[in-house]
Ligand binder design. Sequence first.
Ligand code: ATP
Ligand code: MG
Length: 300
Amino acid sequence: MGRMGDATELLERDAERAELSRLLESARSGEGRIALVYGEAGIGKTALVTELARLHARDVRLFWGACDPLSTPRPLAPLLDIAWTQGGGQLAGRIAAGASREAIFQAFFEELRSPKPPAIVVIEDLHWADEATLDLVKFLGRRAQRTTALLVLTWREDGMRADHPLRASIGELPRRKRPQQNRERSRCRVGRWPLRSPPVHRSGLERRARMPRYLVERSFPQGLVIPIDASGEKFCLSVVESNGADGVTWVHSYVSDDRRRSFCVCDAPSPEAIRRTAARNKLPVDRITQVRVLDPYFYR
Ligand SMILES: Nc1ncnc2c1ncn2[C@@H]1O[C@H](COP(=O)(O)OP(=O)(O)OP(=O)(O)O)[C@@H](O)[C@H]1O
Ligand SMILES: [Mg+2]
């Protein structure tokens, strides 16, 4: 059942893998959990979740559904995926009979309460979710603790607007509280995995794994103009290519509203390598600072 990828070795994901497995053990012992896995496109969300499913394939039930990038999304697409791959059962029966949304959700919830074996429920790519799927997330989120399931939700964080409806749905999930504040609530854990570091390509991962990350500050007194057309694309790609000669990877940049300052995040072997590529690309450099991720969600 579900999509199982090849057993490729995942780099730099030991901590995430171990933590997710730990949450699954809580689910196995009767306290369901929720894991949020999000990050930019291609950062390795699917690969991480596939790996989790593969590691536990022998002794879990896997339910895997995904949202699609359709202009008119299919209502409840992930749950339909799950029902089809399950091949029968109460869930599929209620869907086929045109039961109410609540009755369908309830059937799935009952399925996840069955004590053995525990379940991994993956709902992927929620940035494309339709309204009914977001309702499902809220419904399961509120009841997850009473199941023997690990509910894994994935989405692309880049480019998601502040008012995207997924944000409200995620915001309504039970929060993690400190044990001394509230013992009951503390047991309803939502783990967050904002995937950041490794990029898409395996070779890139190996190279980046050893490389520090830098914030490069630049000034453009006349304002930085990169047109959003073929010439802009050509410029950006030529910078990327030229960086490659010095082992520098341009991760992404921020630009001030007046476009006179930019802040570029780069992985590089050294500050000198960044200065060399900047000279080649005719880009100014004010300051280079070695940095690390400090994520507010780690403190939740
Ligand atoms: N930790 C890793 N080690 C090695 N390869 C990885 C790792 N993470 C991802 N990859 C590889 O990078 C590619 C993209 O990963 P994946 O499809 O999981 O990204 P994603 O975050 O799900 O992307 P999307 O937002 O498009 O769904 C895949 O070929 C995958 O095998
Ligand atoms: Mg994916």
